[in-house]
Design a protein around this ligand. Structure first.
Ligand SMILES: [Zn+2]
Length: 241
């Protein structure tokens, strides 16, 4: 059963918005970016199965297939952070594609020391995939002729090593669990910090964003489209933290 809604934003960018009853993240997908046989980039593959035993990973791969993409053709997976609802499915993605993993050094250390224990609490097994490279704040270009220009932003607060991604063209912000439509990421989990989250939200609010892709949908909705709506949302959420 497909529980992801596919939303295409621009030529190479798809968001797979989670529509199931239980918890899972929204995945982002950048197609035909990398050189070679596995040209796609996947951001936050999500859960394999969630707390309601919904088949989140099967749903994602089926939603991708409907758009003509195979998980076997993913060459790189970027994770905003290591929580199970974003990171658990890294193992089946890598098993099927041999994709490389990128996350921040801070998140990798947090995962090794603390974050992997969340998985026991959720009744699942912590993935053992090691990052191929670390993401740090600054510019990252992927693909032939710098096909994809990304700005990586360190946005700690929800976890110590959370990152957000800003795609300069067409001005997309993938915010992970930092900011959502009408709300912000939790900071009451181990490694969370409300003061750092506030700084991170301040940082993201400086960007020129046309589409905000949050890590989760809320009652209010999913993707925020339009510069004015994005600005209004930042203004609103800053009043709550
Ligand atoms: Zn999270």
């Amino acid at each position: 059963m497909i529980n992801h809604k596919s939303i295409q934003v621009g030529k190479n960018f798809y968001c797979y918005v989670w529509m199931g009853r239980g918890n899972n993240c929204n995945a982002s997908f950048l197609c035909h970016i990398l050189r070679g046989e596995r040209p796609h980039v996947l951001v936050d593959p999500g859960h394999i199965k969630n707390e309601l035993r919904e088949n989140c990973f099967d749903s994602l791969t089926q939603a991708m297939e409907k758009d003509g993409f195979r998980v076997e053709d993913v060459g790189l997976v970027i994770c905003t952070h290591s929580h199970p609802d974003h990171f658990e499915a890294i193992e089946p993605v890598v098993a099927r594609s041999g994709a490389l993993l990128a996350l921040s050094r801070e998140e990798d250390e947090f995962y090794a020391n603390t974050g992997s224990r969340f998985y026991n609490a959720f009744g699942s097994k912590a993935p053992q995939v090691k990052p191929f490279f670390y993401l740090k704040e600054g510019d990252l270009s992927l693909g032939a002729k710098n096909k994809l220009a990304i700005k990586v932003l360190s946005t700690a607060g929800h976890t110590p090593g959370s990152i957000s991604l800003y795609l300069k063209e067409p001005k997309i912000l993938i915010s992970g669990d930092v900011v959502f439509l009408g709300s912000v990421g939790r900071t009451d989990f181990p490694g969370g910090s409300a003061s750092l989250l506030r700084k991170s939200i301040d940082k993201l609010s400086q960007l020129d964003v046309e589409y905000l892709i949050p890590g989760h949908s809320t009652e209010a909705g999913d993707i925020i489209a339009g510069k004015d709506k994005v600005a209004r949302n930042f203004h609103l959420v800053k009043m709550f933290i």
